[in-house]
Design a protein around this ligand. Structure first.
Ligand code: SAH
Length: 439
């Protein structure tokens, strides 16, 4: 397996806020062939949620007080979004904490808040655009999806123009990227004829919107579940929906796209305390409000923390007071790398992140403003920077070749003044060679 990565020019905010109306300059460096992946200069720029937490456990350790500087952040006026009555999701979260007899991890909180099948942020509504909570590159300009289309076509050519390709998009939002990709490539019949589109989307509302935006029509006979298959009238390609990548049929060459998908995967947060690394958890306080606490004992996610620290230098870890890890991102990348290894093809992952250990990046955005992470959960997006080195190491391990064919490009090609937050990484099957523009 070959891995290729490139750094794209980045916006400094972790989602594109609506005020950021400029077209996605992000793809310009990619088109000009820049091939250097930069590490960030600072670990502390991600907006974080201020909190003060007492250490739990009641042993002889003095209580640790953690304060986080939030002076640079947006301060919501007097918590005007505070619900007057407790939302169903808050009741549900408190129920889990009560039933468990103790706090839940930030990852579990994040997963419930974003994708709880009944109350999750993404589940019941369209959260994108000026009227929604945040905006993404495909929604800013159709050029974004068209450029990704060029990338997919180039990879397909390198793959030897196979007659059948599974084109998978993870977390397609409104379906805009895929619609623009298909419109942009529609004239290349042999390409579009080979494409079988697979949309991995957990939200039924967004699935419907994707169906509309891809101008899908139902065709053929109903299957055993009474479902007819869908075909996009943009190119005539079949389109199918799933809630996870594992459900997408394997056995054909596969191209996987993930734009702003990884940043929605649940992260665990660890805090340096007098006991070493303690996991930050979400609990219910005496005032019956949600609050952060530190776990008094090691948690299962500590295993992933140890793995992550092994991929970093001692100096890098020593400099940090907090570390975020994303086991789901690691597991997903493993699945992607294995599939590409067995079926051929490649993956393009574009997201906000760092080429280094992520310290404290989790943020909540509602109506284009940063808000507190625990404030009215389910009504704001939660996202965290993507830990690209973890994805890189995972894909290398999955390739099973004992070497690390990860290539950063010759130093002299390193672009000057590139953004350090909006990053792209490609994972491709070694047989095909390096994809454009990662050569
Ligand atoms: N790629 C789109 C949307 C990004 S937002 C764009 O760039 O505009 C994240 C998307 O991933 C949403 O469509 C959300 O519903 C979906 N999503 C988040 N977590 C998911 C999960 N665990 N499984 C499947 N889809 C998920």
């Amino acid at each position: 397996m070959l891995l290729r990565k490139v750094l794209l020019r980045g916006a400094s905010a972790s989602r594109l806020l609506i005020s950021n109306k400029s077209p996605p300059a992000s793809l310009l460096p990619l088109a000009s062939g820049c091939t250097r992946f930069f590490s960030s200069s600072s670990q502390s720029e991600g907006p974080n949620d201020g909190f003060v937490a007492g250490q739990e456990g009641g042993d002889e350790q003095p209580p640790a007080t953690i304060t986080v500087d939030r002076s640079g952040l947006y301060h919501p006026p007097d918590h005007s979004h505070e619900p007057t009555t407790e939302s169903e999701l808050v009741k549900h979260l408190k129920g889990i904490i009560k039933f468990r007899g103790g706090p839940i991890s930030v990852a579990e909180y994040m997963e419930e808040v974003l994708t709880n099948p009944k109350f999750g942020f993404y589940i019941n509504r369209d959260v994108f655009g000026a009227e929604g909570d945040f905006i993404t590159s495909p929604e800013v300009s159709q050029m974004f999806g068209e450029m990704i289309g060029v990338w997919v076509m180039c990879l397909w050519e390198q793959m030897g123009q196979p007659k059948k390709v599974n084109l998978v998009e993870l977390g397609p939002g409104r379906g805009t990227l895929m619609a623009d990709l298909l419109r942009g490539t529609a004239k290349f019949k042999s390409f579009t004829d080979s494409m079988h589109i697979h949309m991995v989307e957990c939200s039924p509302v967004l699935q419907k919107l994707q169906h509309q935006n891809l101008k899908c029509e139902k065709v053929g006979n109903a299957d055993e579940n009474g479902e007819k298959s869908s075909v996009t009238s943009i190119t005539g390609s079949p389109v199918t929906w799933y809630s996870s990548l594992e459900q997408v049929p394997s056995g054909s060459p596969t191209i996987i796209l993930a734009h702003e998908f990884y940043d929605a995967l649940p992260i665990h947060q660890f805090q340096r305390s007098s006991r070493g690394w303690s996991e930050k958890m979400v609990d219910v306080g005496e005032d019956s409000k949600l609050r952060f606490v530190l776990s008094p004992q090691p948690t299962p996610a500590t295993l992933y923390l140890m793995k992550r620290c092994k991929w970093a230098t001692e100096k890098e870890v020593e400099s940090l007071k907090q570390i975020e890890i994303c086991p789901k991102a690691i597991d997903l990348t493993h699945t992607i790398a294995q599939r590409i290894s067995s079926d051929g093809g490649g993956a393009l992952i574009i997201d906000y992140g760092l080429n280094g250990v992520i310290s404290d990046s989790l943020q909540a955005i509602r109506k284009h403003k940063f808000v507190s992470i625990l404030d009215d959960p389910g009504s704001a997006d939660l996202s965290a920077y993507v830990d690209f080195p973890s994805l890189k190491h995972t894909a290398e391990e999955a390739s099973g070749e004992g070497e690390a064919p990860f290539w950063e490009g010759p130093d002299e090609l390193a672009p000057v003044g590139m953004g350090t937050r909006y990053l792209a990484m490609a994972i491709v099957n070694k047989k095909q060679g390096a994809p454009v523009p990662f050569q």
